[in-house]
Design a binder for this molecule. Structure first.
Ligand SMILES: CC(C)(COP(=O)(O)OP(=O)(O)OC[C@H]1O[C@@H](n2cnc3c(N)ncnc32)[C@H](O)[C@@H]1OP(=O)(O)O)[C@@H](O)C(=O)NCCC(=O)NCCS
Ligand SMILES: [Zn+2]
Length: 195
């Protein structure tokens, strides 16, 4: 029922998913984005202009952009998040994976200080702590638009604010903005928009 709102590029993306769960997450992210912006700009969701042109290759799989607003979209596990701001923004949610080899992942993704910090945790608490670090880093790299090509081991650069979002025990989430001032964040449940 949401597919009518999608443009040609989005329908192409939708058709390319192999796993139904990935298809559903993408569709929800697009639908939430279109409906939120439709309300804001008094437009039908299908008339909202979204651009995902990749800066590297031109395919429609890059950071989502719209005129007059800054956006970021994320999906993982049971959650889909859309951040809307007046400064460049990045949002990242990750399901906590209890099977994750945290030490191996930490060696690649975390700074030596963060690795040391993580050694104080065990079991699921360790996976949660790693995922907190990870979402903070991804939120920053999504705010700048670098994505995972950026330096994961670096700290937060000046002029970027990062804040963790409370999303329950099974997921971790963070939001970053390119701003000197800490963000004022209003969290809204999107389920009403989808009815
Ligand atoms: C962006 C990225 C960090 C997302 O990682 P993820 O945790 O697997 O996925 P998430 O669900 O949190 O985020 C996906 C969203 O990120 C956004 N996104 C894609 N590229 C982005 C970028 N460079 N910067 C910021 N956001 C980006 C998209 O809106 C995407 O949503 P969509 O699939 O519904 O369109 C990762 O995919 C990445 O680094 N991509 C860029 C890699 C690259 O340069 N590719 C070039 C290919 S030619
Ligand atoms: Zn590309």
């Amino acid at each position: 029922m949401f597919v009518e709102d999608l443009d040609g590029a989005e329908r192409g993306r939708l058709a390319g998913y192999v796993r139904e769960v990935d298809r559903a997450r993408f569709l929800l992210g697009v639908t939430i984005t279109r409906r939120v912006l439709g309300r804001r700009f008094s437009l039908p969701a299908a008339k909202v202009g979204l651009d995902r042109t990749c800066a590297e290759c031109g395919k429609p799989h890059g950071k989502v952009r719209a005129d007059g607003v800054e956006l970021s979209v994320t999906h993982s596990g049971d959650l889909v998040g859309v951040a809307i701001a007046d400064v460049p923004v990045g949002i990242d949610v990750e399901a906590v994976d209890p099977e994750l080899d945290v030490d191996a992942a930490a060696r690649v993704a975390l700074s030596p200080n963060e690795v040391r910090d993580l050694s104080g945790y065990d079991g699921i608490a360790k996976a949660q702590a790693f995922t907190t670090y990870w979402t903070r880093k991804e939120a920053v790299l999504k705010a700048t638009g670098e994505g995972l090509r950026g330096d994961l081991q670096a700290g937060v650069p000046a002029g970027i604010q990062v804040q963790e979002l409370e999303v329950g025990a099974d997921h971790r989430a963070a939001l970053a903005i390119l701003s000197a001032e800490p963000p004022f964040i209003r969290v809204k449940d999107a389920s009403q928009l989808l009815n």
